[in-house]
Design a protein around this ligand. Structure first.
Ligand SMILES: [Zn+2]
Length: 325
């Protein structure tokens, strides 16, 4: 495969992004994508709201888009933002990398940031694997995200029945031993669109801000990452169900909890499910209202428009990253 350096693609690593986010009390959005319309929606939304952005792909999303094709797709997005006359920092990040080989392959093909998720391994094994990735990544000035604690829920490559909160007493040693640039923690967020089993009218369990505060005390100023942080917008779930879909009991993280997290050491908030829901809701509506439609532009176009709207809303009203580019 073609060897590419992220700087030549117009990308940046996450170091400066997180430094500024920490100082100014907001979180940088990390939006997942798999195809052109999603990528355009994310870039347009962030360009229009003046927000830095982390474009995020899992290993399987990279396979879906094709590892050779992907960096060129991203270059297109960078050039599109420039053509709009906007200069926003853009990072390309591997979400939930599960091996040194995958992380290395991403670094060698234009990624500016990678995650090594060894959270399902015992501490020492997780630390050793993360350290190995950090050594290679830092030779190329690529930043690395590690993870301690396990999130419940289902995402592309990750699936766990129950969550294990991060143990704050392990964080210092992990950060020191591995040299990671940021750390994903488990304080009650969850992957997927069905984050909690709650009965109608019941509140979702609040995030464990006590654990976050203890971590902040132990590693002051160190960038923290929240995965599984979609709000699972009820408006989209309702639309999906109204137009022939079937998404029961889909609930997410309330916005006020995310706003509070964004003001803390949390410098990166991952959003995947909400983008999927926004596009699916609109596509279902188009098909339900226009059963004869068969031009992909007529359903992917409105889906992209909805994603732009959603991204702007998140940046402006939830993460606080709007106008920070
Ligand atoms: Zn995740």
């Amino acid at each position: 495969m073609e060897v590419l350096n992220y700087r030549n693609l117009g990308l940046v690593n996450t170091r400066e992004m997180f430094k500024q986010a920490m100082q100014e009390g907001y979180a940088v959005p990390a939006y997942n994508f798999n195809n052109m319309e999603q990528l355009q929606g994310i870039i347009m939304g962030c360009a229009e709201s003046g927000s830095p952005v982390i474009l995020q792909v899992s290993g399987s999303a990279r396979k879906y888009a094709d590892p050779t094709f992907l960096p060129h797709l991203v270059t297109g997005a960078v050039k599109m933002a420039e053509a709009l006359g906007v200069h926003i920092p853009i990072a390309l990040h591997l979400d939930h990398g599960n091996s040194f080989e995958l992380a290395k392959s991403c670094i060698d093909s234009g990624f500016s940031s990678v995650m090594l998720d060894g959270s399902h391994h015992p501490f020492e094994e997780n630390a050793a694997l993360t350290r190995q990735v950090v050594e290679y990544a830092h030779e190329h000035d690529v930043t690395v995200e590690g993870e301690l604690g396990v999130l419940a829920g289902v995402e592309d490559e990750v699936s766990h029945e129950v969550s294990h909160y991060t143990r704050p007493e392990e964080v210092e040693e992990f950060v020191e031993k591995t040299g990671v640039d940021s750390l994903a923690i488990s304080i009650g967020t969850s992957h997927g669109a069905h984050k909690f089993k709650v009965k109608p009218g019941e509140e979702v369990p609040p995030l464990r801000f006590d654990i976050l505060e203890e971590i902040e005390r132990r590693v002051p100023g160190f960038p923290i990452v929240l995965h599984g942080a979609s709000s699972v917008e009820p408006e989209y779930v309702k639309m999906i169900n109204a137009f022939g879909g079937k998404m029961e009991d889909a609930v997410g993280i309330p916005e006020d909890q995310l706003r509070r997290a964004a003001g803390s050491a949390v410098c990166k908030i991952n959003i995947d499910s909400d983008g999927r829901l926004a596009m699916t809701a609109v596509i279902r509506k188009v098909f339900a209202e226009n059963p004869a439609e068969f031009d992909p532009r007529k359903y992917l176009g409105p889906a992209r428009d909805e994603l732009i709207k959603m991204v702007k809303y998140k940046n402006e009203h939830v993460l606080g990253s709007a106008g920070k580019a």
